[in-house]
Design a protein around this ligand. Sequence first.
Ligand code: B12
Length: 245
Amino acid sequence: MNIVKAYGDTLNDGAIQLSFTLPIPFGGKAKEAARLFVLKMGFKHADIVHSAPLSDDFTFFVAYAKTENSIDYDEVEYTEAVDKAMSMDEVNAFIKQNFKRKITIIGACTGFDAHTVGIDAIMNMKGYNHHFGLERYPMVEALNLGAQVPNEKLIEQAKKVNADAIIISQIVTQKDAHIKNLTNFIELIEAEKLRERFVFVIGGPRISNKLAIELGFDAGFGPGTYAEDVATFIVKKMYEKMIEK
Ligand code: B12
Protein backbone atom coordinates (compact mmCIF):
# COMPACT_ATOMS: atom_id res chain seq x y z
CA MET A 1 0.00 0.00 0.00
CA ASN A 2 1.16 3.52 -0.74
CA ILE A 3 -1.50 5.91 0.55
CA VAL A 4 -1.05 9.49 -0.66
CA LYS A 5 -2.91 12.70 0.16
CA ALA A 6 -2.87 16.06 -1.59
CA TYR A 7 0.15 18.23 -0.75
CA GLY A 8 -0.13 22.00 -0.21
CA ASP A 9 2.83 23.05 1.90
CA THR A 10 3.00 20.26 4.48
CA LEU A 11 2.97 16.55 3.69
CA ASN A 12 -0.54 15.09 4.05
CA ASP A 13 -2.20 18.47 4.67
CA GLY A 14 -4.77 17.57 2.00
CA ALA A 15 -4.70 21.06 0.47
CA ILE A 16 -5.88 21.52 -3.10
CA GLN A 17 -6.69 24.39 -5.46
CA LEU A 18 -9.95 24.63 -7.40
CA SER A 19 -11.11 27.08 -10.01
CA PHE A 20 -14.67 27.52 -11.23
CA THR A 21 -17.24 30.02 -12.44
CA LEU A 22 -20.68 30.76 -11.00
CA PRO A 23 -23.44 32.63 -12.84
CA ILE A 24 -23.66 35.39 -10.20
CA PRO A 25 -22.47 39.03 -10.11
CA PHE A 26 -18.98 39.75 -8.68
CA GLY A 27 -18.77 40.94 -5.03
CA GLY A 28 -18.61 39.92 -1.38
CA LYS A 29 -21.82 37.92 -1.49
CA ALA A 30 -20.52 36.04 -4.52
CA LYS A 31 -17.29 35.14 -2.68
CA GLU A 32 -19.24 33.85 0.31
CA ALA A 33 -21.51 31.83 -1.99
CA ALA A 34 -18.45 30.34 -3.64
CA ARG A 35 -16.91 29.42 -0.28
CA LEU A 36 -20.11 27.67 0.84
CA PHE A 37 -20.32 25.97 -2.53
CA VAL A 38 -16.83 24.48 -2.03
CA LEU A 39 -17.72 23.31 1.51
CA LYS A 40 -20.83 21.64 0.10
CA MET A 41 -18.58 19.53 -2.11
CA GLY A 42 -17.26 17.93 1.09
CA PHE A 43 -14.09 19.92 1.63
CA LYS A 44 -13.11 20.72 5.23
CA HIS A 45 -11.82 24.26 4.85
CA ALA A 46 -12.35 26.65 1.99
CA ASP A 47 -10.82 30.03 1.22
CA ILE A 48 -11.64 32.02 -1.88
CA VAL A 49 -8.20 33.39 -2.76
CA HIS A 50 -9.13 35.02 -6.05
CA SER A 51 -12.30 36.19 -7.71
CA ALA A 52 -12.90 38.27 -10.80
CA PRO A 53 -15.95 39.34 -12.81
CA LEU A 54 -16.23 37.63 -16.19
CA SER A 55 -19.25 39.73 -17.14
CA ASP A 56 -22.09 41.48 -15.30
CA ASP A 57 -23.59 38.16 -14.23
CA PHE A 58 -20.68 35.73 -14.07
CA THR A 59 -17.79 35.50 -11.58
CA PHE A 60 -14.63 33.39 -11.72
CA PHE A 61 -13.18 32.00 -8.45
CA VAL A 62 -10.01 30.31 -7.26
CA ALA A 63 -10.34 28.47 -3.95
CA TYR A 64 -7.92 26.73 -1.63
CA ALA A 65 -9.58 23.85 0.21
CA LYS A 66 -8.68 20.80 2.25
CA THR A 67 -9.78 17.21 1.86
CA GLU A 68 -9.32 14.14 4.01
CA ASN A 69 -9.43 11.96 0.89
CA SER A 70 -6.46 9.86 -0.06
CA ILE A 71 -5.56 7.34 -2.74
CA ASP A 72 -3.61 4.08 -2.68
CA TYR A 73 -1.09 4.80 -5.43
CA ASP A 74 -0.17 1.10 -5.69
CA GLU A 75 -3.75 0.27 -6.72
CA VAL A 76 -3.72 2.67 -9.68
CA GLU A 77 -3.53 0.96 -13.06
CA TYR A 78 -2.20 3.01 -15.95
CA THR A 79 0.25 2.29 -18.76
CA GLU A 80 1.94 5.05 -20.74
CA ALA A 81 2.08 4.56 -24.49
CA VAL A 82 5.85 5.06 -24.36
CA ASP A 83 8.12 4.60 -21.33
CA LYS A 84 11.17 6.29 -22.78
CA ALA A 85 11.10 8.06 -26.12
CA MET A 86 13.92 7.58 -28.59
CA SER A 87 15.58 10.68 -30.03
CA MET A 88 14.90 11.74 -33.62
CA ASP A 89 18.22 10.15 -34.70
CA GLU A 90 17.43 6.93 -32.87
CA VAL A 91 14.01 6.75 -34.52
CA ASN A 92 15.55 7.21 -37.96
CA ALA A 93 18.19 4.57 -37.27
CA PHE A 94 15.48 2.17 -36.01
CA ILE A 95 13.46 2.67 -39.22
CA LYS A 96 16.50 2.15 -41.46
CA GLN A 97 17.57 -0.96 -39.63
CA ASN A 98 14.19 -2.64 -39.28
CA PHE A 99 12.07 -1.53 -42.21
CA LYS A 100 14.74 -0.52 -44.76
CA ARG A 101 12.38 2.08 -46.24
CA LYS A 102 10.77 5.36 -45.27
CA ILE A 103 7.57 5.06 -43.26
CA THR A 104 4.49 7.17 -43.96
CA ILE A 105 2.52 8.91 -41.23
CA ILE A 106 -0.65 10.78 -42.12
CA GLY A 107 -2.36 13.08 -39.64
CA ALA A 108 -5.20 15.54 -39.21
CA CYS A 109 -7.41 17.26 -36.74
CA THR A 110 -10.71 15.67 -37.68
CA GLY A 111 -14.41 16.37 -37.53
CA PHE A 112 -15.52 19.96 -36.91
CA ASP A 113 -12.47 20.70 -34.77
CA ALA A 114 -10.60 23.69 -36.20
CA HIS A 115 -7.52 23.63 -33.94
CA THR A 116 -4.37 23.02 -35.97
CA VAL A 117 -1.69 23.91 -33.41
CA GLY A 118 -1.65 20.48 -31.70
CA ILE A 119 -1.24 18.43 -34.88
CA ASP A 120 1.24 20.99 -36.21
CA ALA A 121 3.29 20.69 -33.01
CA ILE A 122 3.68 16.99 -33.74
CA MET A 123 4.01 17.06 -37.54
CA ASN A 124 5.40 20.39 -38.76
CA MET A 125 9.08 20.68 -39.61
CA LYS A 126 9.77 23.22 -36.87
CA GLY A 127 7.99 21.17 -34.20
CA TYR A 128 7.27 22.44 -30.73
CA ASN A 129 9.25 23.63 -27.74
CA HIS A 130 12.64 22.83 -29.35
CA HIS A 131 11.52 19.36 -30.45
CA PHE A 132 11.43 18.92 -34.21
CA GLY A 133 8.23 17.63 -35.82
CA LEU A 134 7.84 14.50 -37.94
CA GLU A 135 8.40 16.38 -41.23
CA ARG A 136 11.99 16.84 -40.09
CA TYR A 137 12.63 13.10 -39.74
CA PRO A 138 14.55 11.91 -42.83
CA MET A 139 13.03 8.41 -42.63
CA VAL A 140 9.44 9.65 -42.18
CA GLU A 141 7.10 10.82 -44.92
CA ALA A 142 4.77 13.04 -42.88
CA LEU A 143 1.50 14.23 -44.42
CA ASN A 144 -0.46 16.77 -42.41
CA LEU A 145 -3.97 17.32 -43.80
CA GLY A 146 -4.75 20.18 -41.38
CA ALA A 147 -7.97 20.74 -39.45
CA GLN A 148 -11.69 20.09 -39.98
CA VAL A 149 -10.90 17.00 -42.00
CA PRO A 150 -13.78 14.52 -42.29
CA ASN A 151 -12.91 11.05 -40.97
CA GLU A 152 -13.81 9.59 -44.37
CA LYS A 153 -11.29 11.85 -46.11
CA LEU A 154 -8.47 10.97 -43.73
CA ILE A 155 -9.11 7.26 -44.25
CA GLU A 156 -9.31 7.66 -48.01
CA GLN A 157 -6.01 9.57 -48.12
CA ALA A 158 -4.34 7.08 -45.79
CA LYS A 159 -5.25 4.27 -48.18
CA LYS A 160 -4.15 6.32 -51.19
CA VAL A 161 -0.66 7.03 -49.84
CA ASN A 162 -0.41 3.55 -48.29
CA ALA A 163 0.27 5.05 -44.86
CA ASP A 164 1.77 3.05 -42.04
CA ALA A 165 0.16 5.12 -39.30
CA ILE A 166 -2.80 7.46 -38.94
CA ILE A 167 -2.59 10.11 -36.25
CA ILE A 168 -5.53 12.25 -35.14
CA SER A 169 -5.75 15.40 -33.07
CA GLN A 170 -8.86 16.26 -31.03
CA ILE A 171 -8.89 19.50 -29.09
CA VAL A 172 -12.55 20.40 -28.67
CA THR A 173 -14.12 18.21 -25.99
CA GLN A 174 -17.37 20.12 -25.37
CA LYS A 175 -20.31 17.73 -25.04
CA ASP A 176 -17.84 14.87 -25.64
CA ALA A 177 -17.48 15.89 -29.30
CA HIS A 178 -14.07 14.21 -29.39
CA ILE A 179 -15.42 10.87 -28.14
CA LYS A 180 -18.25 10.90 -30.68
CA ASN A 181 -15.92 11.77 -33.54
CA LEU A 182 -13.26 9.22 -32.55
CA THR A 183 -15.90 6.52 -32.13
CA ASN A 184 -17.19 7.31 -35.61
CA PHE A 185 -13.64 7.04 -36.97
CA ILE A 186 -13.12 3.59 -35.47
CA GLU A 187 -16.53 2.44 -36.74
CA LEU A 188 -15.56 3.48 -40.27
CA ILE A 189 -12.21 1.68 -39.93
CA GLU A 190 -13.88 -1.48 -38.69
CA ALA A 191 -16.54 -1.36 -41.39
CA GLU A 192 -13.77 -1.25 -44.00
CA LYS A 193 -11.81 -3.98 -42.15
CA LEU A 194 -8.76 -1.71 -41.91
CA ARG A 195 -8.02 -2.15 -38.20
CA GLU A 196 -4.88 -4.24 -38.82
CA ARG A 197 -3.62 -2.22 -41.76
CA PHE A 198 -2.50 0.92 -39.90
CA VAL A 199 -1.18 2.00 -36.52
CA PHE A 200 -3.70 4.39 -34.97
CA VAL A 201 -2.66 7.17 -32.58
CA ILE A 202 -4.71 10.01 -31.12
CA GLY A 203 -3.72 13.09 -29.16
CA GLY A 204 -5.07 16.21 -27.52
CA PRO A 205 -5.37 18.00 -24.19
CA ARG A 206 -8.02 15.58 -22.86
CA ILE A 207 -6.65 12.42 -24.44
CA SER A 208 -4.96 9.75 -22.35
CA ASN A 209 -3.51 6.42 -23.34
CA LYS A 210 -6.26 4.74 -21.33
CA LEU A 211 -9.04 6.58 -23.19
CA ALA A 212 -7.42 5.84 -26.56
CA ILE A 213 -7.30 2.11 -25.87
CA GLU A 214 -10.89 2.12 -24.59
CA LEU A 215 -11.98 3.75 -27.85
CA GLY A 216 -10.13 1.18 -29.96
CA PHE A 217 -6.95 3.09 -30.89
CA ASP A 218 -3.40 1.82 -30.34
CA ALA A 219 -2.22 4.74 -28.22
CA GLY A 220 -3.12 8.17 -26.92
CA PHE A 221 -1.05 11.18 -25.94
CA GLY A 222 -1.94 14.26 -23.92
CA PRO A 223 -0.47 17.69 -23.21
CA GLY A 224 3.30 18.08 -23.48
CA THR A 225 3.69 15.40 -26.16
CA TYR A 226 6.53 15.72 -28.67
CA ALA A 227 7.04 14.14 -32.09
CA GLU A 228 9.63 11.72 -30.70
CA ASP A 229 7.05 10.24 -28.29
CA VAL A 230 4.65 9.50 -31.14
CA ALA A 231 7.39 8.36 -33.52
CA THR A 232 8.81 5.98 -30.91
CA PHE A 233 5.40 4.44 -30.33
CA ILE A 234 4.66 4.06 -34.04
CA VAL A 235 7.96 2.44 -35.02
CA LYS A 236 7.87 0.04 -32.08
CA LYS A 237 4.26 -0.91 -32.81
CA MET A 238 5.09 -1.44 -36.49
CA TYR A 239 8.02 -3.64 -35.48
CA GLU A 240 5.82 -5.64 -33.10
CA LYS A 241 3.25 -6.19 -35.86
CA MET A 242 6.00 -7.18 -38.34
CA ILE A 243 7.48 -9.87 -36.12
CA GLU A 244 4.01 -11.21 -35.21
CA LYS A 245 3.32 -11.93 -38.89
C1 B12 B 1 -5.55 28.84 -30.29
C2 B12 B 1 -6.98 28.43 -29.93
C3 B12 B 1 -7.96 28.60 -30.90
C4 B12 B 1 -7.66 29.09 -32.30
C5 B12 B 1 -7.12 27.91 -33.12
C6 B12 B 1 -6.14 28.35 -34.20
C7 B12 B 1 -5.51 27.19 -34.83
N1 B12 B 1 -5.09 27.41 -36.05
O1 B12 B 1 -5.37 26.11 -34.27
C8 B12 B 1 -9.05 29.56 -32.79
C9 B12 B 1 -9.22 31.03 -32.45
C10 B12 B 1 -9.37 29.35 -34.26
C11 B12 B 1 -9.96 28.75 -31.88
C12 B12 B 1 -11.27 28.48 -32.16
C13 B12 B 1 -12.12 27.85 -31.29
N2 B12 B 1 -11.85 27.44 -30.03
CO1 B12 B 1 -10.06 27.40 -29.28
N3 B12 B 1 -8.49 27.54 -28.30
C14 B12 B 1 -7.29 27.91 -28.62
C15 B12 B 1 -6.39 27.84 -27.40
C16 B12 B 1 -6.24 29.26 -26.86
C17 B12 B 1 -5.01 27.23 -27.60
C18 B12 B 1 -4.97 25.87 -28.27
C19 B12 B 1 -3.56 25.58 -28.66
O2 B12 B 1 -3.14 25.97 -29.73
N4 B12 B 1 -2.76 24.94 -27.77
C20 B12 B 1 -1.34 24.68 -27.98
C21 B12 B 1 -1.10 23.24 -28.47
C22 B12 B 1 0.39 23.02 -28.73
O3 B12 B 1 -1.51 22.39 -27.44
P1 B12 B 1 -2.47 21.18 -27.71
O4 B12 B 1 -3.45 21.47 -28.76
O5 B12 B 1 -2.97 20.66 -26.42
O6 B12 B 1 -1.49 20.05 -28.33
C23 B12 B 1 -0.55 19.31 -27.56
C24 B12 B 1 -1.14 18.03 -26.98
O7 B12 B 1 -2.51 18.08 -26.65
C25 B12 B 1 -0.79 16.97 -27.95
N5 B12 B 1 -1.59 16.77 -29.15
C26 B12 B 1 -2.54 17.53 -29.73
N6 B12 B 1 -2.95 16.95 -30.86
C27 B12 B 1 -2.27 15.79 -30.99
C28 B12 B 1 -2.33 14.79 -31.95
C29 B12 B 1 -1.52 13.69 -31.82
C30 B12 B 1 -1.58 12.62 -32.86
C31 B12 B 1 -0.64 13.58 -30.72
C32 B12 B 1 0.20 12.40 -30.59
C33 B12 B 1 -0.57 14.58 -29.76
C34 B12 B 1 -1.39 15.67 -29.91
O8 B12 B 1 0.48 17.38 -28.38
C35 B12 B 1 0.51 18.81 -28.54
C36 B12 B 1 1.89 19.28 -28.22
O9 B12 B 1 2.32 18.84 -26.96
C37 B12 B 1 -7.23 26.92 -26.43
C38 B12 B 1 -7.08 27.20 -24.95
C39 B12 B 1 -5.81 26.62 -24.40
N7 B12 B 1 -5.09 27.43 -23.68
O10 B12 B 1 -5.49 25.47 -24.66
C40 B12 B 1 -8.65 27.20 -26.90
C41 B12 B 1 -9.69 26.11 -26.77
C42 B12 B 1 -9.11 24.77 -27.20
N8 B12 B 1 -10.70 26.52 -27.75
C43 B12 B 1 -11.91 26.31 -27.36
C44 B12 B 1 -13.07 26.61 -28.10
C45 B12 B 1 -14.38 26.37 -27.38
C46 B12 B 1 -13.01 27.10 -29.39
C47 B12 B 1 -14.19 27.43 -30.30
C48 B12 B 1 -15.29 26.38 -30.29
C49 B12 B 1 -14.69 28.83 -29.88
C50 B12 B 1 -15.96 29.26 -30.57
N9 B12 B 1 -17.04 29.27 -29.81
O11 B12 B 1 -15.95 29.54 -31.74
C51 B12 B 1 -13.51 27.55 -31.67
C52 B12 B 1 -13.42 26.21 -32.38
C53 B12 B 1 -14.28 26.05 -33.51
C54 B12 B 1 -14.05 24.68 -34.10
N10 B12 B 1 -14.87 24.35 -35.06
O12 B12 B 1 -13.19 23.92 -33.70
C55 B12 B 1 -11.94 25.67 -25.98
C56 B12 B 1 -12.28 24.18 -26.04
C57 B12 B 1 -13.16 23.80 -24.88
C58 B12 B 1 -13.46 22.35 -24.89
N11 B12 B 1 -13.20 21.70 -23.78
O13 B12 B 1 -13.91 21.81 -25.84
C59 B12 B 1 -10.53 26.03 -25.44
C60 B12 B 1 -9.95 25.01 -24.43
C61 B12 B 1 -10.65 27.43 -24.80
C62 B12 B 1 -11.57 27.44 -23.59
N12 B12 B 1 -11.04 27.32 -22.40
O14 B12 B 1 -12.75 27.57 -23.73
N13 B12 B 1 -9.29 28.34 -30.76
